[in-house]
Design a protein around this ligand. Structure first.
Ligand code: NAG
Ligand code: NAG
Length: 303
């Protein structure tokens, strides 16, 4: 009960803060051509490919398709995770799927250099500390076991998914929309699998912390809403009734709006989240030097 109440309060605070800040920030789409918008997505696809391939296999994109990096540096801090056999199989498949996504984009519209990616435990630990609002002791290690890895994975495909939902209506060519719709389909499937695996463990404590799996997802979603500054577009796996499907359930295996439609995010919103800085002009987080491609670089130039 107390937990449900604090969740409601936190959601309301997040909403309030986002509305106030969101008012002065543009949450609407930006002007960019199809090529720039689709190449923007490569930033996220590179991140997912490296995190999943390393997590399952201990090696990354360069071991499979070395040309896809277009001269960009290899990621730092990624490693093989200590996964149970089922989760390992799933993550391995997701890793290969990301290689396919990269190929689809690179061969149809052309690639961009892989940005420098920080996948170190230290970087995840910082993000999780920020999400829960205290310094976790010991620091959160995404690679230590399946639950930690799944929580770390919760951070990633969902952002790609809402980005694709936001991109499709703003693409001018039919071939572009068709490509991104197909990327979206698989991305949302990955997100659903990760969320379901987490939901199964929802009330479990994430050892050694006194925080459940469900609470971690809520905290991460709240952090992303706060960083993006455009209201609630991100919800954990257990929510207060008013955020559940038809306001009839606390389970929230899929994050969606009041009509159970996917939320959409713009490229600046996504940058605010993945940089961990709340600003599309200020790189950090997974992207210490910022993203690549014209859209991300246009903000970095103005920083
Ligand atoms: C898209 O816009 C970029 C500038 O942001 C430009 O360099 C590029 O040539 C454009 N591509 C197409 C296909 O119009
Ligand atoms: C490339 C493209 O179509 N961009 C459009 C995205 O949406 C905004 C607002 O609806 C337009 O101003 C852009 O031209």
């Amino acid at each position: 009960m107390a937990r449900a109440f604090s969740a409601v309060v936190l959601f309301l605070i997040t909403l309030k803060v986002s509305q106030v800040i969101g008012a002065v920030n543009h949450c609407g789409p930006i002007v960019a051509n199809d090529t720039d918008q689709i190449q923007f997505a490569l930033n996220l696809e590179f991140l997912e490919a490296e995190f999943f391939l390393y997590g399952a296999l201990g090696k990354g994109l360069d071991s499979f398709e070395p040309t896809f990096a277009h001269g960009g540096p290899p990621p730092v801090g990624a490693r093989k995770a200590n996964l149970d056999p089922l989760v390992r199989r799933i993550i391995e498949e997701f890793g290969y799927q990301e290689v396919g996504h990269l190929r689809a984009i690179i061969t149809t519209i052309g690639g961009i250099p892989r940005p420098l990616l920080d996948l170190s435990p230290h970087n995840f630990a910082k993000l999780f500390d920020e999400a829960v609002g205290v310094k976790l002791n010991p620091p959160f290690d995404p690679y230590s076991d399946s639950v930690h890895y799944l929580l770390a994975s919760y951070v990633i495909p969902y952002v790609g998914l809402v980005g694709y939902v936001g991109t499709i209506p703003n693409l001018s060519k039919k071939t572009s929309r068709s490509l991104v719709a197909s990327l979206l389909g698989v991305e949302s499937g990955q997100d659903a699998v990760i969320r379901t695996l987490l939901y199964e463990r929802g009330n479990q404590k994430v050892l050694p912390y006194d925080i459940t799996v469900a609470d971690f997802t809520n905290k991460i979603s709240e952090l992303r809403n706060k960083l993006a500054m455009c209201g609630i577009k991100d919800e954990g796996i257990e929510v207060p009734l008013f955020l559940g499907a038809e306001q009839r359930t606390n389970s929230n295996i899929l994050s969606a709006d009041p009509n159970s439609l996917s939320y959409a995010r713009t490229q600046p919103e996504i940058l605010r989240i993945i940089y961990g800085s709340g600003s599309e002009y200020k790189p950090g987080g997974f992207y210490p030097n910022g993203g690549t491609g014209n859209i991300a670089k246009s903000f970095l130039r103005k920083a």
